[in-house]
Design a protein around this ligand. Structure first.
Ligand code: SF4
Length: 421
């Protein structure tokens, strides 16, 4: 059951395994992903005629039932194979809520309240209702717990709700027409292909995935219906997603043993996000994400405003991270060391983690490189960011690590594994 991924040396360290135990169990298929548990949580069919407030009220009740069932499954008191799949279930309810929310979009902290279904006025993300995927592929650059031996099954969505001047994916994040339109079924097919090819998780990223919440919820509902019985029909549809597959022309072999819990398609869901989302979005994701990868970049609103044109950054992102911590969710925080920002960003971020969740895994990343508006060789270069047009110095990087060590943070294995292994 453990396989190559479960036998990786990184899992022998209890500081990692204990913090990511649910994710590990789903990745190795010994436990079902949360979305498979959702399929066993019934919802009263009459609620679908309610307005959005009524749907949220019903969700509060369903969430209590979901959490109780999840706890029973985790503790081995219940096997989902002994339970009936029900319809409508909590996934249908989540979908109704996100579709309803598109009429006055509140997915992220901007709270634009624009109607993304009828078009017209656009919000800060510049998106209407359709979602575009730039590429999907086996990502070999993520943390070992996510890339494992076969890669993290990454699906890159276009556009973003922040404006980081140094964005390393600016082609994707600033161009809302990048990539191709992908329906929820096509997105589910991408997840299916990646998982059967051995990817250890489905990595929702961009740009920013939050702004595509409706498409992702629907894609997860689609994949919740994938089973061994449907495999040949699904296989015939895979041609639809070929243009977005960045692994081409290399073809990984597909193996059902990578991807099933019982006879149901199983894949841990990884939320790889800037966490500048609304509390409503976070509540929706609670039932369907198995592991979280929040980015805590700026240590002050002043820096967030100047470097990412993002107001309310600190209070929004820290309160969202604090919330998933209070929910006892499996989490790895990322922090990028930026040149000239150790005192104003890195240290406050590390102090906040130490003060609020010192045991949580954190990756303190040293790979900042000047890109986009900060890259003097780019046509986009803006001299206003000339202080960001360099790599962080060795002294800055060592100071960040020294400080994290002095705070006793749980960062060394996750941060240094590429050098250790
Ligand atoms: S996702 Fe965020 S930025 Fe986009 S319309 Fe909704 S609230 Fe605005």
């Amino acid at each position: 059951m453990k396989g190559e991924f479960g036998s990786l040396w990184v899992w022998r360290d209890s500081r990692v395994k204990d913090r990511l135990s649910w994710y590990y169990s789903v990745a190795t298929n010994s436990m079902p992903a949360k979305y498979l548990i959702c399929k066993r949580v019934p919802v009263d069919p009459s609620v679908f005629s309610m307005d959005i407030d009524g749907l949220w009220k019903e969700y509060e009740h369903s969430l209590t039932r979901f959490l109780a069932l999840w706890d029973d499954v985790r503790r081995g008191r219940v096997k989902i194979s002994d339970m009936q799949v029900v319809e409508p279930n909590i996934l249908d309810l989540l979908l109704a809520i996100v579709k309803g929310s598109l009429r006055a979009c509140n997915f992220c902290r901007w709270q634009c309240r624009v109607d993304r279904l009828s078009g017209g006025k656009l919000g800060a993300c510049k998106l209407e209702a359709e979602s575009r995927v730039s590429t999907f592929f086996h990502h070999q650059g993520e943390e070992m717990v996510f890339r494992g031996s076969k890669g993290s099954g990454t699906i890159f969505f276009t556009s973003c709700n922040m404006r980081c001047a140094f964005c390393q994916n600016s082609d994707i994040s600033t161009d809302r027409f990048n990539g191709s339109i992908a329906t929820p079924y096509m997105i589910a097919l991408m997840a299916y292909k990646l998982r059967l090819e051995g990817c250890h998780n489905i990595n929702w990223v961009g740009g920013e995935p939050t702004i595509h919440l409706h498409s992702i919820v629907e894609a997860i509902r689609e994949m919740s219906r994938f089973s061994i019985k449907r495999a040949s029909g699904i296989g015939k549809d895979l041609f639809m997603i070929k243009p977005m597959n960045a692994d081409m022309p290399y073809e990984y072999s597909m193996n059902a043993s990578n991807a099933y819990h019982g006879d149901e398609f199983n894949a841990p869901q990884l939320w790889n996000s800037n966490f500048f989302m609304s509390r409503e979005a976070l509540n929706i994701l609670r039932c369907i994400m198995d592991v979280w990868l929040p980015d805590l970049k700026f240590g002050s609103n002043r820096c967030a405003l100047r470097l990412a044109r993002t107001p309310w950054y600190w209070e929004t992102v820290t309160s969202n991270i604090k919330q998933i911590h209070e929910w006892h969710e499996d989490t790895v925080i990322r922090h990028l060391i930026m040149p000239g920002h150790v005192e104003c960003c890195t240290k406050p971020v590390l102090e906040w983690v130490a003060g609020n969740m010192p045991e949580v895994l954190i990756n303190i990343m040293d790979q900042y490189r000047p890109e986009n508006y900060c890259d003097p060789c780019s046509p986009n270069y803006d001299p206003a960011y000339r202080d960001m047009a360099r790599f962080p110095s060795d002294e800055e990087i060592y100071e960040a690590y020294r400080y994290a060590r002095s705070l006793n943070l749980n960062f060394e294995i996750i941060t240094f594994e590429k050098r250790i292994s």
